[in-house]
Write a new protein. Sequence first.
Length: 85
Amino acid sequence: MSSPSSPSSTPVEKLSFEAALRELEGIVGKLEQGSVDLEDSIALYERGQALKVHCEQKLRSAESRLEKIVTGPKGAERTEPLDPV
């Protein structure tokens, strides 16, 4: 298992959105505390950046798959992209 200040050894691309977000939140907490030495802070920041990009990609992928069904008199006639309001 990794030490408290070192990034996880699991490749970012293998993480689910939820796991990546949890790890990112943990990294932010450690960095905000300021109790991590400089080298570990840099490694955590780099891991955090990779996790952020991964989460953004997962969200974009999910948004592109979501569609709302437009129902007409004959039932579902067409789909439209989700309007993210």
